[in-house]
Write a protein that binds this ligand. Structure first.
Ligand SMILES: NC(=O)c1ccc[n+]([C@@H]2O[C@H](COP(=O)([O-])OP(=O)(O)OC[C@H]3O[C@@H](n4cnc5c(N)ncnc54)[C@H](OP(=O)(O)O)[C@@H]3O)[C@@H](O)[C@H]2O)c1
Length: 255
């Protein structure tokens, strides 16, 4: 895999895993562009990493994504690596009729529909690159659902299957498809969510980026750091056992 001098776009790169990946690509002398909805968050990242390029752009907003394509084409002349990273997670009790339905629909829109949208509009640029790579950031929960976040788990499993399906389709166009399935990583995605750190043992985003980079540069297609590798294996060997282990408490607090 080419490691440097690539033009890299990371959706949702203003925090957490996306930001750690952005820093890894920067360290390796790539041009890095990050997006997000919150401009002040992106500006803060830009202050700390002056070489990074920022665009306020919502992955769910069709015209904004198309404008991003135009802006990147004009300013950078193309794109080599697209990282579909933007995502959210809601804890939901499907048995509670007072649920916020809109929030659940939005979760599907961001986590699953938007990677499809972003690839769709960036496809012409990727097809022109000599070393095109699409990286989809799904989750270890694509293998074993986390009952407290049922919509999230569904979107990540859908993203996983979409990734498997498009890999052979994009190959003839010279686009390599990589999937990163992170384990539990300490990021803002857990803001306002109680995590049992003793059981889940979160790793830091920088550690995840190191583990990703090692496999990425080797050309690995499915990158399963830490517990994600075990979830993959256990989902095949003992699916009911691992589901029970992960879901001793299926209903979230106060939902
Ligand atoms: N942390 C974990 O344990 C873990 C495990 C497995 C997979 N993942 C996946 O890793 C990815 C990154 O998550 P993270 O853990 O790093 O959490 P994070 O720090 O909250 O990062 C998510 C980023 O996505 C951006 N975003 C959300 N909605 C967006 C939208 N509509 N348009 C553009 N950007 C949007 C957010 O910025 P704005 O709010 O400014 O838009 C934020 O910077 C997600 O896909 C997540 O599902 C995380």
């Amino acid at each position: 895999m080419i490691q440097s001098n690539q033009i890299v776009l990371i959706t949702g790169g203003g925090s957490g895993i996306g930001l750690a990946l952005a820093q890894k690509f920067l360290e390796n002398n790539n041009t890095v562009i990050i997006t997000g909805r919150n401009l002040s968050k992106l500006e803060k990242v830009k202050n700390e990493n002056p070489k990074i390029h920022i665009y306020q752009s919502d992955v769910t907003d069709d015209p904004e994504v198309r404008m991003l394509v135009d802006n990147i084409l004009q300013k950078f002349g193309g794109l080599d690596v697209l990282i579909n990273n933007a995502g959210i997670m809601n804890l939901v009790d499907a048995g509670n009729q007072e649920n916020d339905l809109q929030k659940q629909m939005q979760e599907i829109e961001i986590n699953y529909n938007s990677p499809i949208r972003v690839l769709h509009y960036f496809l012409p640029l990727l097809k022109k690159s000599k070393n095109a790579v699409l990286v989809n950031v799904s989750s270890g929960l694509a293998y074993v659902p986390f009952a407290q976040a049922p919509v999230y788990s569904g979107t990540k499993s859908a993203l996983h299957f979409w990734t498997l399906g498009i890999r052979p389709q994009l190959k003839p166009h010279g686009i390599k498809v990589v999937e990163l399935l992170p384990p539990v990583v300490r990021t803002d995605i857990f803001n306002g969510i109680e995590v049992n750190e003793a059981d889940l043992k979160p790793i830091l985003p920088a550690k995840l980026a190191d583990l990703f980079w090692k496999d990425y540069i080797k050309g690995k297609e499915e990158i399963t750091p830490g517990i994600s590798k075990k979830l993959k294996l256990m989902s095949r060997l003992a699916p009911r056992f691992i589901f029970k282990q992960l879901n001793k408490k299926p209903i979230p607090n106060n939902k």
